[in-house]
Ligand binder design. Structure first.
Ligand code: CA
Length: 334
């Protein structure tokens, strides 16, 4: 598997003041920088005023050290994967009627034919302010939108090599990570990396300013995604752990995950999903918030905030990053 790659392992930096270890792995002539997240423990979840019930109870977790990609996977990195493997993303296939109906409550009328074509979900500006109890839907089915064409077939990612890849389903993220002999972070790994590096620059991130979802003021410099090195890293050297895009993690979503047994060390999450709001739809967790998160609405950029999405859903604000344990990294060294 690994032999198909051109492998080079470079240690770029090892800063004595921050103890940050950073390496760059090259796969198929594409670079992925990684940061070492040291073995340790942390308190997962939050009792803050803004915390939701699914962020509780706060509980102590022990994690073995791991390598985490310094940034979300970018367009140029994902392109290397696609060019090497011929992989087609979920959004590039027409969904079957069966796939759609599986996710809808029994008795739902058949969807119109225009739904059964390749496409993805894009954000649609609205004229009605949102609140957590509103049923305003700001997502629309965008025919022929996918990671190469984020807003329909006539749009492209030209000039966006260093933006995070989006319109990525959980299956797409998993396919990339398996191709590269890497993994998706567990939810615990993701939160640990976010908290251990939680920084003084908390407000320096790409989220939504203005009334959501009406006025996207872009006063942080970006109305959509940002290049992954546009903002400062957190204290451990990771970029975009808050804002920019939601990031898939490996775990199934359940609101009561933190009350489950066997969460003391290296937890991998529940074995199945349950979302009380959509019990027919299995969902995986996404973390980190996106350029669509506002202070008034989701505040999903908080390091403990949890969101969930069906694994075959792709959206213009969702991508991923990857991790490796020590043995996975050793395969690149040897
Ligand atoms: Ca913004």
């Amino acid at each position: 598997m690994i032999k198909k790659f051109i492998l080079i392992f470079i240690i770029l930096s090892c800063s004595s003041d921050s103890n940050t270890k950073r390496v760059v792995v090259i796969i198929s002539n594409m670079q992925i920088p990684f940061v070492w997240i040291p073995t340790g423990s942390f308190k997962m979840g939050s009792n803050d005023l803004m915390a939701h019930e699914d962020e509780q109870p706060v509980h102590k977790i022990f994690l073995d050290g791991f390598w985490m990609s310094e940034t979300p996977v970018t367009n140029i990195q994902f392109a290397a994967f696609v060019n090497n493997s011929g992989y087609k993303t979920t959004a590039e296939y027409a969904p079957s009627l069966e796939q759609i109906m599986m996710q809808l409550p029994p008795g739902t009328p058949l969807p119109p034919k225009e739904m059964l074509v390749p496409g993805s979900l894009t954000f649609n500006n609205h004229s009605i302010p949102a609140n957590p109890y509103s049923d305003v839907n700001w997502w629309e089915w965008s025919v022929n939108s996918n990671w190469r064409h984020p807003y329909g077939y006539n749009t492209s990612i030209k000039g966006m090599d260093d933006h995070p890849v989006v319109h990525i389903s959980w299956f797409d993220a998993l396919a990339f990570s398996e191709w590269a002999n890497m993994s998706l972070p567990t939810e615990a790994q993701w939160e640990y990396a976010a908290k251990i590096g939680e920084d003084t620059n908390f407000r320096e991130m790409n989220i939504w300013q203005g009334i959501f979802p009406i006025d996207n003021l872009g006063s942080d410099g970006f109305k959509k995604t940002n290049p992954v090195y546009a903002y400062k890293p957190n204290k451990i050297g990771l970029y975009d752990m808050a804002g920019n895009i939601w990031e898939w993690v490996a775990d199934w979503y359940r609101p009561d995950t933190y009350s489950m047994n066997n969460r003391r060390k290296n937890p991998i999450g529940p074995f199945s999903s349950h979302d009380p709001l959509e019990p027919n739809v299995p969902k995986r967790v996404v973390r980190g918030g996106s350029f669509l998160c506002s202070d008034q609405y989701c505040a999903g950029y908080r390091s403990t905030a949890r969101m969930r999405t069906s694994p075959d859903t792709s959206l213009e604000h969702t991508g991923f990053r990857v991790v490796m344990n020590e043995s996975q990294m050793k395969k690149y060294i040897n």
